[in-house]
Design a protein. Structure first.
Length: 126
């Protein structure tokens, strides 16, 4: 059952999901993940280059940028990437959004100091 559900989650499905910005779901609010906040509270993270996998509209990407990271956010949904770029422009924050499947993304080793996933891998069919 899970496999058939996950098979339907292509870019069109995600574009439709992100098209209604008024949804009352936690990651549509501009609030970073609690564990990400904790990493900074505990001084585990200090800055550098970050890759935010499955970034959606960039809620965690914005937080990472605020904390001094140069951020690359990647998501499969063109709609979510456009939303993130719009928010970045409104907030005058420089973020690098990439609309691409994580399976097609080419990242050089040692090019990121921190890689974060908050909504990508658990949506991929095993």
């Amino acid at each position: 059952m899970l496999d058939s559900t996950l098979e339907k989650r292509d870019s069109e499905w995600w574009n439709n999901f992100y098209s209604n910005k008024g949804k009352t779901i936690p990651f549509f609010k501009n609030i970073p993940d609690e564990n990400l906040i904790t990493y900074f509270d505990l001084e585990i993270l200090k800055g550098g280059k970050a890759l935010d996998i499955g970034c959606g509209n960039g809620r965690n990407s914005f937080y990472l940028a605020h904390k001094g990271f140069q951020v690359y956010g990647i998501d499969f949904s063109e709609t979510s990437i456009k939303w993130g770029k719009q928010l970045a422009k409104e907030k005058s924050i420089e973020l690098n959004f990439i609309c691409q499947s994580i399976f097609d993304f080419q990242c050089k080793s040692e090019s990121c100091d921190f890689i974060y996933d908050s909504g990508c891998f658990h949506h991929i069919k095993p």
